[in-house]
Structures are given as C-alpha cells and as structure tokens.
Design a binder for this molecule. Structure first.
Ligand SMILES: [Zn+2]
Length: 446
C-alpha cells in the first residue's frame, strides 16, 4: 500500500524547514519521499490525499499517561496529591475488573489519538493478573497506535506486590509482548514512586529492563512532600538516591521532576536521562512548576549538555484530558510565567519536545525519508486558526486536539476526516459511561 499526501504544509522538524506547499509519499510502513511543490509525475500511489489548508507534523509522543484513569476523571478537584491518590485513585484502581481496564484503556487511547498522539507511554498500574495488563496491549494492537507499556509496580505500602511477582510479570511481558505488532509495542519497567519501591527491587527490575534494551519510567520529585519523605528515609533527594543505586542513564525517564536541586539537574544531564513534563497535572494538583527552561539550558556543573525533556498529559484523572496540543500550549505559557521571560520557550522548541525529544526518549520514529511513517495532519481551516501568521506559533497557540484530522502510525491511516477508523466510538462511549458508574459504586467512592 502507498499513500501520497500533497498540497500540504510540511512542518517536519524545525521552523527553518517549514514548506508551505509540499508532499509526502508513504510506501508500506515508511516515508519514501518528502518534497516541496508539486509531486513529480512519476510518483504513483494507491491512495492520494489532497491536504489543502492542513499541516503535517511528526507524530506527537504522549510520554506519560495512565490510561485506566479514563474511568477516574474529576476526582482531583480541591485535593492534595496524597489525599487524591490514597482515598480515590488507588481504591478505584483496586476495584477494576478486566473489562473495566479494557474499556477504559480503549477509550483513553481513542482520546489520546484524537489529541494527536501516535505514541503513548502508559504507566500501567493494575496489578491483579496478567489479563489486566494484556487487555491494554491488545487494545493498542487493535487500534494500531504505538504503545510503550511501563509496567508500574510498588513493593511497599497500599496494594504492594511481592518482588518475585513483579519480576516474573515483567519478564513475562518482555518475553510475550516486546516488539509485537510490527515493533509498535514496547514494554518498560515502571516503578511507581521512589517512596513505595525498595532499593533491591529497583535494581533488579532496572537490570532486567536493560537486558531487554528497555526504559525505566518513574514519577520523581513531583511534590515537596515526596522529596522530603525520601530525604528523611535515605538521607538523599530522590534523583540523588536513584543515581546512587545506578538507575540513572539514557534509558531513564524522570516523570514530573518539579522540585529539583542543582545537583539533581546536573545528575540528570550527566546521565543523559529524560524528564517527562506534564504541565496540566502539575497545575491541577498544585504540585509546582517544573524548571523546563533551566533543564533545556546547558548545565554548567557537569559536561556542557542539557537535559532531554519530553511531554506528557499524565492520566485523565490528574489532567482531565489527553490533548497533546493543549500540553504544548501550557508548556509555553507556564515557562513564561515561571521565568518572567516571554521568550522562555519558542514555539519550535515546544514542538520539538512533543516530537523529536519524545521520539528520542521512547525509540519512536520521527519525520525523515526511510523512517517509519508516524504522522499527524492538523486541519488549519478553522476560525480559531486562520489567517496563519506563523505555522509553528499557530500549532502551539491556536491548534486544538479537535483539529487533528488524520493520524498515521507505521504507515497505516488510523484516523481520517477526524474519525477513528474501525471503531463504533458512540457505542464505546455509552458502554464506558455505564461501566465507570458501576466501578465508582463498587469501590465505595460514589
Ligand atoms: Zn503519572
């Protein structure tokens, strides 16, 4: 199969390379040609898409969410992080059966796709059976989206698992799922938070992940209270403690990283780790403002390099949405406010966090000839976008998830004309509405 998208504005990777009118040819699962102007006459394709007034971007990488929380929207209002987790989220998660997880995840993935994501990192914490996890992977496989399932775990505190069970399930997932669906499925190690994980299991799971070339993905330094807990217990701040355990590396994702010391910033840079910034969740839970502009600047303390920063929505329970275009806009606004500098984040830099940096952190493709074709087409023919002064600024400041017109993963068209293909979305929403109400009653929340 081949697809030619022409008459389109190309925004492949940097503001210098915006092509006002160009074309892309996809053959099989890869980008075969990119060019400016009209496609050559000898460029034949099975399908041709005229994309006038549309902008083609690399697929967006939603580098942190919790898809099962699609059934847990709205509980975060006026609650602290720890109150919200202990009295709502962990109770609801504990009561979810396999069908709840399947439906919540499917709806969550549909929402993420509608928000422009071609890759989703799901920090998945429903540890009751292999089936609770497998339905998530099956849902991604059926929809066609690229998924990194970070198998979350905690071997201390509420709903703790034994280290043996965590390691066995992680090994099973690597053996049964790693690289499935033409390489669209990846498994990662997902310790939940430092204060709920023992050092020995952290070391063992990270070693297992490294044997499979996989990532370790953990919430780090989200609130001041959490930093204080780790400091009291270990004498070190969370990033320092993880560094002392040998966990930091280019395969490490520090999710949130709101409260960082200079020493922790230097450690993240030195090890080539990625910070996953989730501005909506940080604002909703009043966690604070992550120092993104500072992380992206060269670090004076170590080798002169910046920290790789990618973007995530976080779960629907602490964001209430999965719109990566909104996350880009919030990232730009929040850094301006925090630094009092209107130039703190240029639109092109924000887009890079959601595309190239996210792809770097998750091993996803970007936008070049020969790469796997993961692309998103935004409809710019809208009252809140036209007329366009600057393409990159319009993507960050004007476009919304509802402008995602076409989504392509691995060369397959998953969304077209703002419809997710191969799915009765209205029936899915109706079923989810009913199941979520049952779940709230069963868990004693409603
Ligand atoms: Zn999270």
């Amino acid at each position: 199969m081949s697809l030619l998208i022409h008459n389109v504005t190309l925004a492949p990777g940097s503001p210098d390379h915006v092509v006002p009118r160009g074309y892309v040819l996809i053959q099989g699962d890869r980008i075969a040609a990119i060019g400016a102007g009209t496609p050559p006459h000898n460029l034949a394709a099975d399908q041709v898409l005229d994309a006038a007034h549309k902008v083609l971007l690399p697929g967006l990488v939603n580098a942190h969410t919790h898809l099962e929380q699609t059934f847990m929207r709205g509980y975060s209002a006026n609650r602290s992080l720890l109150d919200w987790l202990k009295n709502y989220i962990w109770k609801l998660q504990a009561a979810m059966d396999v069908d709840d997880v399947r439906l919540a995840t499917t709806l969550g993935l549909v929402e993420a796709m509608r928000g422009g994501a071609t890759t989703v990192v799901d920090h998945h914490k429903v540890p009751f059976s292999a089936r609770h996890t497998d339905v998530v992977l099956q849902a991604a496989q059926a929809l066609g989206v690229r998924l990194v399932l970070a198998r979350a775990w905690a071997d201390r505190g509420t709903n703790a698992e034994s280290p043996a069970s965590i390691l066995a399930d992680l090994a099973r997932l690597f053996s049964e799922w790693q690289g499935m669906a033409n390489g669209r499925i990846h498994i990662a190690n997902g310790p939940l938070v430092p204060w709920r994980c023992s050092p020995e299991t952290l070391r063992q799971t990270t070693a297992l992940a490294r044997r499979h070339g996989a990532i370790t993905h953990c919430h780090m330094n989200e609130t001041q209270a959490e930093v204080a807990m780790t400091l009291r217990e270990t004498g070190l701040r969370p990033i320092e403690w993880f560094a002392s355990l040998g966990l930091l590396g280019s395969d490490f994702h520090a999710v949130h990283a709101v409260w960082l010391s200079d020493q922790e910033v230097a450690l993240l840079a030195e090890h080539g780790a990625t910070v996953i910034h989730c501005p909506a969740a940080n604002m909703i839970l009043a966690s604070g403002v992550a120092p993104i502009a500072r992380l992206l600047s060269p670090q004076p303390a170590g080798p002169v390099r910046s920290v790789n920063v990618a973007l995530g929505t976080d779960g629907p329970a602490s964001n209430d949405g999965q719109d990566m275009l909104e996350v880009m806009r919030l990232t730009a606004y929040l850094q301006r406010v925090a630094t009092l500098d209107p130039q703190a984040m240029a639109p092109g830099q924000v887009i890079a966090l959601a595309t190239a940096n996210g792809a770097h952190a998750t091993g996803s493709p970007c936008f070049a000839v020969g790469d796997k074709a993961d692309l998103v087409l935004l409809d710019f023919d809208a009252a809140h976008i036209q007329p366009v002064g600057d393409v990159w600024a319009s993507v960050v400041y004007n476009a919304r998830g509802s402008d995602v017109d076409t989504l392509i993963v691995d060369g397959q068209v998953l969304m077209r004309d703002k419809r997710v293909l191969g799915l009765d979305e209205a029936a899915l929403i109706a079923e989810c509405r009913e199941r979520a109400a049952h779940l709230a009653r069963r868990s004693g929340i409603a």
